[in-house]
Design a protein. Structure first.
Length: 425
């Protein structure tokens, strides 16, 4: 049996009191730390708000080297899609005598759009880079379709400036990335009027089309001032801005210019002269599309990786379903068929890649193959000469993908802004 003297009891009470004091002190320390963390959060938020509200355009401490590196890589990928990807893809499908003129069109457009982008294209599409005040996001800019003149000749762009759409990378990188989108957007149209537009006419048409179609669509859809953006339009990487616009414009050109001399459905003289070139070009496009869709996150983050995976799923599925559709109709598959199906899947997933899950990506690819195969066959029944199936693949695929985006967008993937969290299924 253990007994305690009065001295032992007093010592024990002192130890308990000491522990209580330490516990109270620790609680006070934790409470102080929590208050300090909250103060730091408030200061950080105040700095961000002051930066937006005061019109400060310096990227400062927001610069993220990982985001910047990924966006520079994506820029190279998207340019790689045009030269040499699109040039080889279209060049292989053209007749042998027109190969050089076909690849020349793509190369010329690359250079021409770059100069237009420098002069006013970027400004008309994505200016102002940073809104003067947070209130500028309001609907008082309703139905704005063009940017302002603040970035004509890229004036106001500095080493440390940024764009509101990509606040963690230099504005120069964002500008270059969107330039490559503008290049391929104009280049895709050539697939509809290949082998029958004069070079001078191509240059004039490209300039006018870029100013009147691409710039307003890009601003309206992707800039916070744009009326489609304000309305909550879902176009992750360009289903509407790039593919539908190019495909529909290509159809208009094909109908206006008329058929190539001697062209009629089934004429063997108009068959692709080198399918291997087309296969190589399509493979380059597939690779480049990782930057096209993955880079549209404007950062190296979970959204970028997810978009790449959804792109791969949709593309592979569409390639198989196009090939199977052709196999059923023509009794045999073909290299051109599976290649065209892959491009159809890439096109269809473009507006949805950052918004849908794997099920959505699979179904989009599943439907894109046969839908675009049917779209490519329309010219044989309607009588228009869509030389390299720009309308059948890009317009039909873009429309299908844009519509299905609304059905398969999910809360788990899409951001809860601008209605992106609204899903139908």
């Amino acid at each position: 049996m253990v007994t305690f003297s009065e001295e032992n009891f007093n010592a024990l009470c002192q130890q308990v009191a000491f522990l209580q004091d330490n516990l109270i002190s620790s609680r006070e320390t934790i409470h102080t730390l929590v208050q300090e963390v909250n103060v730091l959060k408030s200061v950080s938020a105040a700095v961000v708000n002051r930066k937006l509200n005061s019109g400060i355009t310096s990227i400062g401490d927001n610069l993220d080297s990982g985001d910047t590196a990924w966006m520079m890589t994506s820029t190279a990928f998207v340019l790689f899609m045009s030269i040499p990807g699109l040039a080889l893809y279209y060049g292989g499908m053209a007749r042998e005598k027109n190969v050089l003129s076909t690849v020349m069109q793509t190369f010329t457009i690359t250079c021409l759009i770059t100069i237009i982008w420098l002069c006013f294209g970027y400004s008309l599409s994505f200016a102002p880079a940073v809104p003067a005040t947070r209130s500028d996001y309001s609907l008082k800019h309703d139905f704005q379709v063009y940017g302002d003149a603040s970035r004509f000749w890229l004036r106001g762009m500095h080493l440390d400036s940024y764009h509101v759409n990509a606040p963690t990378i230099p504005e120069s990188v964002y500008c270059a990335y969107q330039l490559c989108f503008a290049i391929i957007s104009s280049g895709l149209i050539c697939g509809s009027f290949a082998e029958r537009m004069e070079y001078k006419a191509l240059i004039a048409f490209t300039i006018l089309w870029h100013i009147t179609v691409h710039c307003p669509l890009a601003h309206a859809t992707w800039h916070p001032y744009g009326f489609l953006f304000e309305a909550g339009a879902l176009d992750y990487a360009g289903g509407c801005v790039i593919h539908i616009a190019s495909g529909i414009s290509g159809l208009v050109c094909a109908v206006y210019l008329g058929k190539r001399d001697g062209w009629h459905p089934g004429n063997q003289e108009f068959e692709p002269h080198n399918i291997l070139l087309t296969l190589v070009g399509a493979s380059m496009l597939w690779l480049g599309w990782y930057g096209f869709n993955g880079g549209s996150a404007n950062a190296s983050n979970e959204r970028a990786g997810y978009a790449i995976l959804m792109t791969q799923i949709s593309t592979s599925t569409a390639a198989m379903t196009w090939m199977i559709s052709e196999w059923v109709v023509r009794k045999q598959p073909s290299v051109l068929g599976i290649v065209s199906g892959a491009i159809a899947g890439l096109v269809a997933i473009t507006p949805a890649s950052g918004f849908v899950d794997a099920t959505g990506a699979f179904i989009i690819g599943l439907l894109a193959g046969p839908a675009c195969y049917g779209g490519a066959q329309l010219k044989h029944y309607m009588g228009y000469d869509d030389s390299l199936d720009a309308f059948g693949v890009h317009a039909v695929g873009g429309i299908l993908g844009s519509l299905l985006t609304g059905f398969f967008v999910t809360d788990q993937v899409a951001d809860p802004i601008n209605g992106w969290s609204l899903s139908l299924v």
